[in-house]
Ligand binder design. Structure first.
Ligand code: ZN
Length: 150
């Protein structure tokens, strides 16, 4: 399967069956993220257990790329220490904006299916929004606007 069809397959799969979809009643952090360029809006809630992401969930109203990115993000960061989740978010952002070299993109594993959005400037923020919102939730901020992101 080539990169393009793998990308479409993954997006479809995560839109049909988003993972960790919903809200955490016992969240220790929760943020609502907004991407006004596309109209994406999503809420990420996290529960920290001993400095690790013990539980995470997301829900919202977003385009397919944003929803798939959010779904895959929750799978990728669940169980990680907060510092590692932040590092992964930085790697993802670098990949989506075309600033990551091959080694850094490779470290992202399955998340690297989103490497192609770097060629689609209008979709970069759709893919980055869940990660940006996670960063806000971890920092104790209630709102995140991805147009403020560097
Ligand atoms: Zn979008």
């Amino acid at each position: 399967m080539n990169a393009q069809s793998l990308y479409h397959e993954v997006i479809l799969d995560h839109n049909r069956r988003p993972r960790n979809h919903g809200d955490l009643p016992d969240a220790s952090g929760r943020a609502e993220g907004l991407n006004p360029l596309c109209g994406d809006r999503l809420t990420v809630s996290v529960r920290l257990d001993d400095g690790r992401i013990g539980a995470i969930a997301f829900h919202g109203d977003s385009c397919a790329i944003c929803k798939a990115s959010g779904s895959m993000m929750t799978q990728a960061v669940k169980g990680l220490p907060v510092a590692e989740a932040r590092a992964l978010a930085a790697d993802f952002r670098a990949m989506a904006t075309g600033e990551a070299d091959e080694a850094r993109t490779h470290r992202l594993g399955r998340l690297s299916v989103f490497a192609g959005v770097a060629q689609l400037p209008g979709r970069v923020k759709c893919a980055v929004l869940p990660w940006h919102t996670l960063g806000a939730a971890l920092a104790g901020q209630a709102h995140a606007d991805v147009t403020d992101a560097p």
